[in-house]
Design a protein. Structure first.
Length: 190
């Protein structure tokens, strides 16, 4: 199989199911941003993180491929003529969302309570994690806009929302693990 097909040279691409749409289509932007997010997760995984976190990040990357596949499927062709779903893959279910919540709870047990917003930074690995979090938020915003136009599986939205929270807590954990200073944002008074 060749990587290049030349079918997108005119600025269109095919959704899963065969429907061709412009590459600037909101659905393409949504799953393209999820793909970008997955790459940033890979960069965070390549940082000095513990084995448990590496394994969780690999699992998250798998979940993001599921989200991308859901978003890349033409909703009008999601169900085959025989009544089966076109996508024969696992779903983003409550168990996957609960896993993120449990990981956050475990990390927060060892973190000082938050009393202020925190300025992103302090260590390159922490900064990568914050950038990843903001890409996740962008993916969530685009997916929410897509959902308003053409309803999608709401579990994708829930997963992206919870994932951005997880990435914030992970950034705090990395700050602690790497002994980086967390700088609180304290608004200045005029």
């Amino acid at each position: 199989m060749k990587i290049y097909t030349k079918t997108g040279d005119a600025g269109t691409t095919a959704l899963f199911g065969g429907t061709r749409v412009p590459k600037h289509n909101l659905r393409i932007d949504s799953y393209g941003t999820v793909d970008e997010l997955n790459s940033w997760i890979g960069l965070v995984r390549d940082q000095p993180v513990d084995a448990r976190t590496k394994n969780v990040l690999i699992e998250i990357q798998d979940h993001l491929f599921i989200a991308g596949a859901i978003l890349a499927t033409d909703p009008e062709k999601a169900i085959l003529k025989n009544g089966k779903e076109r996508l024969n893959i696992s779903k983003l279910d409550d168990e996957k969302i609960t896993m993120l919540e449990q990981e956050m709870d475990a990390m927060e047990e060892n973190l000082p309570p938050m009393t202020h917003f925190i300025l992103p930074g302090g260590h390159q690995s922490v900064s990568f994690c914050h950038i990843t979090r903001t890409v996740c938020r962008r993916a969530e915003r685009l997916t929410a806009e897509l959902h308003a136009q053409s309803p999608i599986d709401e579990q994708v939205l829930k997963y992206l929302n919870r994932l951005s929270d997880y990435l914030f807590v992970l950034a705090r954990k990395l700050s602690q693990d790497l002994q980086a200073e967390e700088i609180k944002w304290i608004p200045k008074k005029h």
